[in-house]
Design a protein around this ligand. Structure first.
Ligand SMILES: *[C@@H]1O[C@H](CO)[C@@H](O)[C@H](O)[C@H]1NC(C)=O
Ligand SMILES: *[C@@H]1O[C@H](CO)[C@@H](O)[C@H](O)[C@H]1NC(C)=O
Ligand SMILES: *[C@@H]1O[C@H](CO)[C@@H](O)[C@H](O)[C@H]1NC(C)=O
Ligand SMILES: *[C@@H]1O[C@H](CO)[C@@H](O)[C@H](O)[C@H]1NC(C)=O
Ligand SMILES: *[C@@H]1O[C@H](CO)[C@@H](O)[C@H](O)[C@H]1NC(C)=O
Ligand SMILES: *[C@@H]1O[C@H](CO)[C@@H](O)[C@H](O)[C@H]1NC(C)=O
Length: 505
């Protein structure tokens, strides 16, 4: 007993220097990049024979590769952003090893902030996803005290319109780390912010408090297990079938699990990190136990939850009984080792209720009537792209309501498409020292493009991920308001409007 107490003291002293080691970095996973094979159906980056179809739900697609295709079908609204020096070519020559056919861009729709599958725990130094992801679905979504990272050189369509609350430590995107709510609010209300992040009117669901610390040692309650948030998260979680008869449903889990869950009432001087260390060194020292995943968390009503899970739950139950005996003994002796006061344990009960999580069908339906309108836009857009500018560019397509009325096409038969002359190749051409190299009907003419069509040059994003400036100290932090450029365009300074010629439809 004495030596246990000594260990405890030594550990507490070390921990004084660790700060709030218990908060994580959560990284956003989906993107709307053209060259992400997962964004296409069938999967794979479109090749020369493909007819590329951008969905009507499109918000933004980021083309950061030189690419060739047969045709491209554009939606009535949405943005297509070309990276620096990127070309899109069109061809009708058969391409070797290209299956061709229609290729749908699947990543056009918004992805919910509250979908646990959209995040990974990236708490390591290089911000790659950790192999061991949080077991509790609610902890896979950013918790209070966490920092969030949106990877550099990716674009997104993030839906934050659901009703939730989270207080983050920081929010990082494109080399800028937002460390105050007002800075983040300003960014999210900018043109680029509004394009990538769909926020509700009025109150922002995110606040940033970089000085918040979990109560020292006690650990940080994630906060997402509050029913009003957990229900939204669980509506999007996916559950795997379990391989046990007696299931547990820990706080914060959307799914039934196999194993043991402890609900612990703690004492005044409880220290979560010490508790973890004690449990680990006493019960999980042998490598044979690696099949068991051990999770400790603080619930929003301030109980400590200790969860042991494995595939069938049998290994967890064996060790769970030993842990229970030890904890009970410690409670009787006054909680000297673990500093806990009370305990309830669940070894599971037969499945009775269906799991809350379900499998979502993420593919959205695209409508033919909008594809008809896309003919006009498609043609216009291609012309616009010819005259486009030296660096990246960004095209905002007109809203449906702004378009001329079109006759309705029958909903059967061949799909209307934006046809582009075979062999045609476009690339940004207006650098003064580069000759356009082909007769461009709009080049050098005074006829402006359609009022509805706005295009802008954008400052081009860097092409490599640099190691982020992260919260390692209280000062010396990158302040987004000083000396850091807006990640995308600043439209107020570079808007260029043109009027379009009448489309020959
Ligand atoms: C795309 O093509 C342009 C012009 O041919 C070239 O300058 C650029 O380096 C290419 N980009 C990539 C990523 O290959
Ligand atoms: C996230 O990863 C870190 C480092 O690997 C780990 O210590 C932490 O427990 C993980 N967080 C969760 C909620 O699993
Ligand atoms: C968010 O927090 C505020 C104050 O903390 C509270 O008034 C509001 O009801 C919360 N909203 C949700 C959806 O939890
Ligand atoms: C967002 O920006 C617009 C101007 O672009 C401004 O009128 C509006 O007040 C801003 N909204 C908020 C919540 O800051
Ligand atoms: C945990 O135990 C406390 C005290 O016994 C109880 O109030 C609370 O509801 C329990 N939580 C769960 C999830 O069982
Ligand atoms: C680990 O497992 C092997 C067989 O699976 C067993 O022979 C060995 O005794 C175990 N070691 C410990 C420390 O439990």
């Amino acid at each position: 007993m004495m030596s246990d107490t000594m260990t405890y003291l030594v550990i507490s002293v070390c921990l004084l220097f660790l700060g709030d080691v218990l908060a994580d970095n959560k990284k956003w996973l989906p993107d709307t990049n053209f060259n992400n094979p997962k964004n296409w159906s069938p999967p794979g980056i479109p090749c020369g024979d493909a007819v590329v179809i951008l969905p009507t739900t499109l918000r933004v697609v980021y083309v950061q590769v030189n690419t060739t295709m047969r045709e491209m079908i554009l939606p009535v609204s949405g943005e297509l952003i070309l990276g620096q020096n990127m070309n899109i070519g069109f061809t009708d020559q058969p391409q070797a090893n290209c299956p061709g056919g229609d290729v749908d861009f699947d990543a056009g729709h918004m992805e919910s902030w509250l979908n646990p599958n959209n995040w990974c725990n990236a708490s390591g130094r290089d911000f790659s996803c950790d192999l061991q992801q949080p077991v509790l679905d609610t902890e896979r979504v950013p918790c209070n005290f966490d920092s969030v990272i949106f990877p550099l050189d990716h674009l997104f369509a993030v839906d934050m319109s659901e009703s939730f609350n989270v207080s983050l430590k920081s929010f990082k995107y494109q080399r800028v780390t937002y460390t105050s709510t007002s800075d983040l609010r300003r960014y999210l209300n900018s043109t680029d912010g509004r394009l990538l992040f769909h926020t509700p009117e009025g109150a922002l669901p995110i606040t940033i408090d970089r000085n918040q610390k979990c109560q020292y040692g006690k650990g940080c309650p994630c906060g997402n297990d509050k029913p009003e948030i957990a229900n939204l998260i669980c509506a999007q979680a996916r559950c795997n079938p379990v391989k046990c008869y007696d299931v547990i449903r820990p706080v914060g889990s959307c799914c039934n699990l196999c194993g043991v869950v402890f609900n612990i009432t703690v004492g005044q001087d409880f220290n979560l990190q010490n508790f973890r260390t004690e449990i680990r060194s006493r019960f999980f020292a042998s490598a044979n136990d690696s099949a068991i995943v051990v999770t400790t968390s603080i619930t929003s009503d301030n109980f400590v939850q200790l969860l042991l899970t494995d595939t069938t739950g049998d290994l967890s139950k064996d060790i769970g009984r030993q842990i229970e005996a030890d904890l009970q003994q410690d409670i009787q002796l006054g909680g000297l080792i673990f500093n806990i006061k009370d305990l309830t344990v669940s070894f599971g009960s037969p499945v009775n209720s269906p799991q809350r999580g379900h499998i979502l069908n993420t593919r959205e339906i695209t409508g033919i009537s909008v594809a008809v309108v896309a003919v006009v836009i498609g043609t216009t857009t291609v012309i616009i792209l010819i005259v486009c500018k030296k660096q990246g560019l960004k095209i905002t397509m007109p809203k449906l309501s702004d378009l001329p009325r079109l006759p309705r096409f029958p909903s059967k038969g061949p799909r209307p498409t934006a046809h582009v002359t075979p062999g045609f190749f476009f690339q940004p051409h207006t650098s003064p020292h580069i000759d356009p190299g082909f007769a461009n009907p709009l080049y050098d003419t005074a006829t402006p493009l359609d009022d509805n069509v706005v295009f802008k040059e954008m400052k081009v994003m860097g092409l490599s991920e640099e190691l982020p400036t992260f919260d390692t100290s209280d000062r010396g932090f990158q302040n987004p308001m000083y000396g850091v450029e807006q990640p995308l365009s600043d439209p107020t300074s570079v808007d260029i409007k043109h009027k379009a010629k009448d489309s020959s439809i």
